[in-house]
Design a protein around this ligand. Sequence first.
Ligand code: DX5
Ligand code: ZN
Length: 229
Amino acid sequence: MSFDRSIKIAPSILSADFANFGAEIRAIEAEGADWVHVDVMDGHFVPNLTFGPPAVKAFRPHVSTFMDVHLMIAPVDPYIEAYAEAGADMITAHIEAGPHIHRTLQAIKATGKMAGVSLNPGTPAESIEHLLDLVDMVLVMSVNPGFGGQKFIPSAVEKVRKVRQMIGDREIMIQVDGGVDPITVGPLVAAGADCFVAGSAVFKGGSVSNPSVYGENIRAIRAAAEAAR
Ligand code: DX5
Ligand code: ZN
């Protein structure tokens, strides 16, 4: 993937039918998703458990766009290689997951994958100042990670604005994750975000047998985002 600042919608399969991931991934892509966002949780860094490397590897053949793997795990370093081998295109790690995020990001880059750094809602924008030359993306969490369907935390908008200022003319995307919908996306775009994870706002009301609803939901978020540019 080459860098650009186009609007990207990345549905989180945390909100998909867990008995039918292959079909769900194919459906959201056919309905206009730009990326597929995979939320990896360990029951320790966050209070929920999801996908190990074998699950992510099983998703891979169904993804024809871009597989964006969000690691909410600690420690993270011992698993980077496994998620890279499972087929991630982007691997994002949390700054709060350990004392050596710089080393973690170096390890992600060493796999040849794109690297993202994520900040929880309570972590200041300034904390990534010395990491910017190592990352392709900054993920600003707009909920406390762990679950889909939570309420958007409005202070994420100011954080995006600060991060975009810090990035300056570097080629770095800003992703926002949590409570993103056609209402919350506008101010985020205006503040400088370009990539949007959405779980409930994409999957609500649809299914693999009624996938056009996914398309309507994705188009509604994209239209609101484009309108705010
Ligand atoms: C939160 C996850 C998100 C989540 C988003 O821990 O990282 O990706 O699934 O879900 P919604 O869009 O429903 O807030
Ligand atoms: Zn996520």
